[in-house]
Design a protein around this ligand. Sequence first.
Ligand SMILES: O=C(O)CCC(=O)C(=O)O
Length: 391
Amino acid sequence: MSPIDCTKSIEACASQYGDEAEAVRRYMYAGLEHAKALPNRGPIRFAPEGKLAPEIRSAYSEYGFYVFEGAISEREMADVLEDIEELRSRFPTHPGSAVDAQGRPALDADLKGPGLLWAKALGDPLGGTEAAGGRHKVRVRELEVAKDEPPEAPFILFGSLQFSDAALRLYGHPELLRVAAEINGQDFAPFTDVLFIKDPGRGAAVAWHQDGDTHWSSPDLDEDTHGFNFMAQVYGSTPVNGVWVVPGSHRQGQLDVAELAAAAGSERIPEAVPLVCEPGDVVICNRQLVHGSFPNAGFEPRLTINFGFHRRNSVLGVRGTGVHSPVQVYDDATIAQRTRALGLAIEARRHQYPDETPYEYQPFRERKETFVWNEDARDELRDYNLLDLSI
Ligand SMILES: O=C(O)CCC(=O)C(=O)O
């Protein structure tokens, strides 16, 4: 497979920025070169004694992200692509609609929790708003959509494991789960799972921000306190449609993103690099990194299957902030209940890939907790994300 050539998209995207076009062009090409030169990409590798290869661990620690190239096999990618197409056929026809294009109930009809979030096409729905505790302090420039494009575009699908069997099976990926255990401990806890949808010519921006709300002023804060997201790339990711991150910012505590933009004199933070991926790559991305994405004014789609994990002691006994789920204190029982999705994922994956050694999650082993994957299990997943561990 030849790497994605995004030059036409960079040119088309830059041309939308008027007198900033040349600056955008230069920023995107420089970011692309810088990203490719960083020593934080390659296949998932484990050392002979089974631990994550030390150079991967240290590169993740230094930069706050690592691109696991080809982490999703061709076989699994075929499953993912087919599933995503089917999933999209169940999207509501437009914001507020309860039916899909075939008149069936839309995939998120009658949920208690959030489903599909739409955004103004090529807009910035979050920058400068109070959403998610006001973490997206600076608006990024909104771009003009073509006249024949709909005014709103699908943006984020919350609680994705209940809608997509392929996303559920990916959640049980044994090597990714081994990485999760290395970073967050064998008793790691779940976070949230969403799809970020950035259709070409439509996908909205996610203004610069750091994730995480609860522990910034803790004396014990360290680089891994607020966990990480795996960002699995279905169609790849480029400077035009992808997430940009400021390498190393996850180690600097809570930063003032407005100040960073003011110092840059524009929304283009000079130290940032794009997550450059081919289809099937999975990025581990520290939630404390300064990160964001621009409106996708290029020609390539991006769809990220996002799923995160925490250290247990970052969530146990902690009062959530309500960003991803209703406010509550996360006790052992709540964490165990939310973690059932992981047990179902591992079991669903075992059905699909019987020749693979399933991941063995330590708390299930200790509790002798077992799972069955069937239609009742699918029902159990409905609204599972109301228990997201939102810190
Ligand atoms: O995928 C994107 O564009 C934004 C992702 C993001 O902000 C996040 O995962 O926190």
